[in-house]
Design a protein around this ligand. Sequence first.
Ligand SMILES: Nc1nc2c(c(=O)[nH]1)N[C@H]1C(S)=C(S)[C@@H](COP(=O)(O)O)O[C@H]1N2
Ligand SMILES: [Mo]
Length: 578
Amino acid sequence: MGEARQADEFAEQLEARFTSADDRVRLSHWTPLHSGVVPRIRLGRRWFSVLWIIPLGLLFIIGGVAICQELRRLAVVQNFIASYPGAAASAPVRYSGFPWWLRWQHFLNLFFMFFIIRAGIQILADHPRLYWNVHCTPGSEWFRFQHAVPTDRLWTAKDDAVTIPGWLGIPGIRHSIGLARWWHFGFDLLWVVNGIIFYVLLFTTYQWQRIVPMSWSVFPNALSTMLQYLSLHFPPNDGWAYYNSLQVLAYFITVFVAAPIAVITGLLQAPAIGNRLGRLGKIFNRQVARSIHFLVLCWFLQFIAFHLTMVFITGARENLNHMFAGLNGDSSQGFVVFGIALCVVLAAWFWASPFTIKHARLIQNSGNWLLGGLTALGESWEPTTQYSENDISKFFWPNGKIPQSDEFNDLIKANFKSYRLRIGGLVENPREFTLAELMAMPKQEQITDHFCIQGWTGIAKWGGVPMLHLIDMLRPSPDAHYVVFYSFGEGADGGTYYDVHTLENMKHHLTILAYEMNGAAVSILHGAPLRLRCENELGFKQVKWINAIEFVSDFRHLGAGEGGYNEDHEFFGYRAPI
Ligand SMILES: Nc1nc2c(c(=O)[nH]1)N[C@H]1C(S)=C(S)[C@@H](COP(=O)(O)O)O[C@H]1N2
Ligand SMILES: [Mo]
């Protein structure tokens, strides 16, 4: 009885400073608007706007047409086109036409892709910089749509997020990565399932012969096709039976190269996967994966632009009939079905962002339902990527709000000598520890890569007490399944920052309560006097400025019941190894 009351009081005190979280996004409480800049690319020391692509592209097309028209006057070129008319001869298509399943998959693919792309751009807007190095040092990025990082004030990763319009991103508001991830990952899953079915059906029906090059002559034929298109003397369109070599190459690369690379580089950005790869994890670190993931996006965007253009200028009627009505000929049915499909896409397009803002919790719950189990799997993968002292980042992005309370300021004044870590809840021996007591316990050091949900990484050496040691000492009761970490600090929208972990993952040998960073006491900015390091989870799970730890059987009663501050307020998933 007495014990239970003590545990209740302990919890009550900690929860007193919680704030309520809404089930929808209240724009008046959300991260305020902040526009970035037009995307730019760094070449050497100079930054160039991507808008240069428009005049350069026009110049390229106009110049290309002029040159190719000149070239076609030459006898050699005419002979070349005669011997390589456009389709690689050795492609015996045994199956002409487009069966219903292929047409449906084409539609589903494009439908899913639009959501994936939009949510992906939204995710990028949360850390609008791309690097080839793992340290993410400001200035070392090769691409950004944000100003240079200010040096005259504290600039957190959250400050760095930019707003993009709601018709482009989902849901379009600043720092909405939690919600954007549900859309991105949810549709990823559907897209991958659709893609696997597509591969299987392609190879069991001979449809694969349309898009897999089967002779080296695909290259001269593709060149010839390009010459014909660019000189504005189009080759015949026989899409019903076979594709020309330029199409074969474009489709092959998109289906069999770009799509798998997108999936792989997406997965490599997860801490549980990136840390699982040993040496490869260092070479294909998260920033390399992010950059390639982005370049694949660029491939898809140019593919969509050219594909749509070609569909409409090489015989829109026939082409739409092929893919949307499954008919060969110039009836108008294809237009009608395409029109309906377009309406569905546009309606979904403009519905997605407002719906997400209004029903944010529903999006989170649906995402958890669809993906929660899959992502949690990541926690069981043993990290194998090892870093050394030489790998330590000189710059480490900060995040979160430094605690402002008198209580915390008094601790700083006393140099944390008055600090007591309180541990309670469902444990046999609730205890308080001074920092000196914690430092006298077995110490563990680990050099690891930090994966913030926003996209940045940084390597640091952390030193502290293994959680396992404390767990053994405190003896949680059999019904303790989760561990809650309460911070002195507040979350972005006010109220105590907290987070919940499974007891199982707190026993992981790389879970420590760190009081040291890179050989010195953890700075106030990075979480003094004590912060959690849990290397198979994203950064937001690693509570800084730890005030107390509670062992609980369930966390539904805490805050909005989602398992942490950012889970409650920003709709993140509570298990985050991915
Ligand atoms: N108390 C508290 N802890 C926190 C946060 C916060 O806002 N408040 N932010 C989290 C996030 S999102 C990240 S990425 C890491 C950042 O740690 P760093 O500032 O040491 O880089 O701290 C995590 N711990
Ligand atoms: Mo983060």
